[in-house]
Write a protein that binds this ligand. Structure first.
Ligand code: PLP
Length: 472
């Protein structure tokens, strides 16, 4: 079989285009005897018959287990160096009241970064003391609500927020614990990390300014300084970037101890997951142990006690748990010029969703995988591109993968690893309703969030009479 020259270098021509790579698919996804995909005991075909397409399907046990396993890995690694860890689930990855309850029942806290995320966590009944509140431009109303309900920590992102949070805390008669977000100059993306003196980005304050800013925080009786915070990026596979950021922050952390307590250090999130079988993920236990080793040795070198640690993973908990199911609508073979005056065929398989339910391929050139979900097939694999239905040529969900060559309109395809930053970044572009989210467990499916209807889409349009809205 000659490879299609349009296939990217990392994409291996599969022996079996029906196989589900275990690193990429939810733990309870299998191809059953009838050939279709079964997710935690529920067939893709039955899920689609009940809930329609596009549909986000979350393997509940997978998500809950990953939350617990990550907590255990960090507890063990940092317990071994005499420290403890607070794990915050980064709600921006994917938050609903159910998901908030899953992660808190696994012992995690939750990080929110807007009034809306805060509202979801509170609606889930999460103890506000277990919430961290982020954001580079929190409104006064958001700060007031966060402080008023008693969030456990607010991450100050700029000097101007010191007065704002201190005033809100004084108003509510509280002492508000705060962290200070640092722009560490370390930026990591997948396998690479870049360390500069100053990173050109909007978050945090320069490390060199931290001592003066912390002095300012400490002048407020209504604030309690917890420690420094850094988040160096997302979808990171190696621990070196985290280790470098920890080293840089600990040097200043040690300096700050001269002026008062600094009980914590927050190292952020960003642990990578596999989107394709080419992604090789470092086990979370390895990352946790390596970070603990670096923190212990830096603290020993600086002659300071090991602080309590906080981390904020989102993607690594929820990302691998979820697949999106789509129905294939149209298929088109496009002849493309390649080097040497040759041509090759790219098969565009268009589905009934797209960049409105998964913007990551368009936004970050992210790669995803795809498999037939309603059946399997022995047909020769064909290189495909899964396109959405939006009026945008960049509306791609899967840039390149192989599907059985007999894929046809009406087939159901499944894209794995869509748990993080898909639903949470979903839009109504072209007036598509955002899809439903269901959780599957032990063969049963239940709705976490219903899909939007045409009535939802029209409900905010002030030019439509209420009676007309009700009938749509
Ligand atoms: C401050 C902060 N913490 C945590 C996260 C979570 O990152 P991830 O989902 O990659 O673990 C993010 C993501 O952007 C972030 O900005």
């Amino acid at each position: 079989m000659t490879a299609n020259p349009l296939a990217p270098g990392w994409l291996v021509h599969p022996d079996d285009a029906n196989a589900l790579a275990p690193t990429v698919w939810p733990r309870n996804a299998v191809r059953d005897a009838a050939g279709g995909i079964r997710l935690a005991g529920a067939t893709a075909t039955a899920l689609v018959a009940e809930f329609g397409t596009p549909l986000y399907v979350v393997d509940e046990a997978d998500a809950r287990d990953r939350a617990s396993e990550l907590k255990v890995a960090f507890d063990e690694a940092f317990g071994a160096i005499g420290s403890s860890v607070k794990v915050y689930y980064a709600g921006k990855a994917f938050l609903s009241t159910e998901i908030a309850r899953w992660v808190t029942s696994a012992g995690l806290n939750i990080d929110v970064c807007s009034g809306g995320e805060l509202a979801v966590a509170l609606a889930a009944g999460v103890d506000p003391g277990r919430l961290g509140f982020h954001g580079n431009n929190k409104s006064l109303a958001e700060i007031d609500r966060g402080v008023g309900v008693g969030v456990g920590a607010i991450v100050l992102d700029s000097v101007v927020e010191i007065e704002r949070v201190a005033a809100a805390a004084a108003r509510h008669g509280r002492v508000q614990p705060v962290r200070l977000r640092i722009n560490s100059g370390v930026h990591a993306s997948t396998h690479e990390f870049l360390a500069t003196a100053h990173e050109d980005q909007k978050f945090g304050v320069p490390l060199a300014d931290a001592p003066a800013i912390v002095d300012q925080i400490r002048t407020h009786a209504s604030l309690r300084f917890l420690g420094l915070h850094s988040h160096i990026g997302s979808q990171i596979f190696e621990s070196d970037g985290f280790a470098e950021a920890a080293r840089r922050l600990l040097t200043v952390h040690a300096e700050l101890l001269a002026g008062g307590e600094v009980p914590e250090l927050n190292l952020g999130g960003g642990f990578g997951i596999a989107y394709t079988s080419a992604d090789v993920v470092t086990p979370i236990e390895t990352i946790a142990r390596e970070l603990a080793r670096v923190v212990a040795s830096e603290c020993a070198a600086l002659g300071i006690p090991v602080p309590d640690i906080a981390v904020e993973p989102g993607r690594s908990i929820i990302g691998p748990s979820t697949v999106t199911l789509y129905e294939v609508g149209t298929i088109k073979d496009v002849t493309v010029s390649v080097d040497g005056g040759q041509t090759a065929i790219r098969r565009y398989v268009s589905v009934d969703g797209g960049m409105s339910d998964n913007i990551r391929a368009a936004l970050y050139q992210a790669d995803y995988s795809v498999r037939l979900a309603n059946r399997s097939s022995d047909a020769t694999p064909a290189l495909v591109r899964i396109a959405g239905k939006h009026c945008e040529s960049g509306d791609i969900v899967v840039r390149a993968d192989y599907l059985p060559g007999d894929v046809e309109p009406g087939d159901i395809v499944s894209v794995p690893a869509t748990g993080a930053y898909c639903w949470s970044l979903a839009s109504n572009y072209n007036y598509l309703g955002r899809p439903a989210v269901v959780a599957v467990r032990d063969g049963f499916a239940r709705l976490l969030v219903r899909g939007e209807t045409e009535a939802d889409l029209l409900s905010r349009d002030a030019g439509i009479a209420p009676t007309e809205k009700a009938t749509t």
